[in-house]
Design a protein around this ligand. Structure first.
Ligand code: EPU
Length: 337
């Protein structure tokens, strides 16, 4: 364990943005993490996981602590369910694959999401009709100030759409070190309600889908729409789908009757930001090395040498145009650094 000065972060963020960390250290165990936090109390810290949900717009004037804690195990199995614990530095998709190959159901709809296990609760990752909160039991997190480990139950995490207490009240106070999920070992609850999955399974002649079939279908759909960060820098959905009041929706819908929408509650409606952006003419557009993905307008991409500021400027241009056209504000999902 050693601190490296002026460390390049290009390979540590899926947007592939060039930026330097003033100092960088990698920790592999909880003990190492506690030691680093204790020894560097006076320094500004920046906690780095898989780097899949951030846009770097500047060098990081801090000690970057890269969480590389590894390990995954079934801790309990009874009555058709298993509790599975994974350490924060495990790659998310490899963990999902591990679960599927051990016949553990519940995470298959979340296949191929970039990033590490430890960051999944922070924004309650979700895709294809499933969110992390649906199988989440608890997570262990280290208090940065005291190095004590606290266990957070699902209720304590205050999960909502792409939100949790770790993005809100407790921001920058805890480092998640492990996450425990409750998965099925039999009678898997197959969820193919999301339109594209059923169609993909039919295409593959699958009548009674297994968790592996669902994972393969989700993987194929994602590969067809979302760019692979190894080939084209990106952070998945750059924006959240806006949730607006029923009144705001009625106003916009009168003017734009083809607007897709999903009822969230009696008073709230969710509108796909991808549609708003596409209708505003940005889909597939490129401005220097910054662009909007041609197959999914919600994803901003780095064609090679875009700076974080160029991507950020493009995102602001999109937000302004969408607001002018529809009167709807769209908010970044990605953390802007
Ligand atoms: N749409 C368009 N044009 C586009 C993209 C989308 O018109 O370019 C419209 C279509 O009407 C489509 C609807 O938006 O039916 C929904 O699109 P899609 O199914 O692709 O999902 P999304 O709402 O755009 C969300 C998540 C994704 C997740 C997918 C699938 C957010 C911010 N994004 O996207 O998550 O994979 O659903 O469940 O909620 C991520 O968070 O990084 C991510 C990729």
């Amino acid at each position: 364990m050693e601190i490296i000065a002026n460390y390049p972060l290009k390979n540590h963020n899926t947007f592939g943005i060039s930026a330097l960390a003033k100092e960088f250290i990698q920790v592999h165990t909880i003990t190492e993490l506690a030691e680093v936090l204790k020894q560097n109390k006076n320094k500004k810290l920046f906690i780095l996981g898989g780097g899949s949900n951030m846009l770097l717009t500047r060098d990081i004037d801090a000690l970057v602590v890269h969480i590389d804690l590894k390990g995954k195990e079934v801790i309990k199995s009874e009555n058709g369910f298993a509790e599975v614990k994974a350490m924060a530095g495990e790659n998310w998709h490899e963990f999902v694959q591990f679960c599927i190959s051990n016949n553990l159901g519940g995470l298959e709809n979340l296949s191929l999401i970039p990033g590490n296990v430890g960051t999944t609760p922070i924004q309650n990752i979700g895709a294809y009709g499933t969110e992390i909160k649906d199988t989440f039991v608890s997570c262990e997190a280290m208090d940065i100030a005291t190095q004590q480990i606290k266990t957070f139950t699902k209720e304590e995490c205050e999960f909502a759409y792409r939100e949790s207490i770790f993005k809100g009240k407790l921001k920058d106070q805890y480092i998640i070190v492990s996450v425990t999920f409750k998965l099925t070992t039999e009678n898997h609850k197959i969820n193919t309600s999301y339109g594209d999955i059923a169609a993909e399974l039919t295409k593959n002649n699958v009548v009674i889908p297994t968790i592996k079939d669902v994972s393969e279908a989700v993987t194929a759909i994602r590969q067809s729409k979302l760019p692979n960060p190894a080939e084209l820098g990106n952070s998945g959905s750059f924006f959240k789908n806006p949730i607006i009041t029923a009144q705001e929706f009625e106003k916009a819908y009168l003017l734009h009757p083809t607007m897709p929408h999903y009822k969230v509650s009696d008073t709230e409606v969710k509108v796909p930001a991808g549609w708003l952006i596409e209708q505003s003419g940005f889909k597939g557009k490129r401005f220097g090395d910054a662009g909007v993905h041609a197959k999914q307008a919600l994803v901003l991409v780095n064609y090679g040498n875009a700076t974080g500021t160029e991507i950020l400027d493009l995102s602001k241009k999109i937000q302004n145009t969408v607001f002018e056209n529809f009167g709807i504000a769209i908010e970044a999902e990605v953390n802007i650094i």
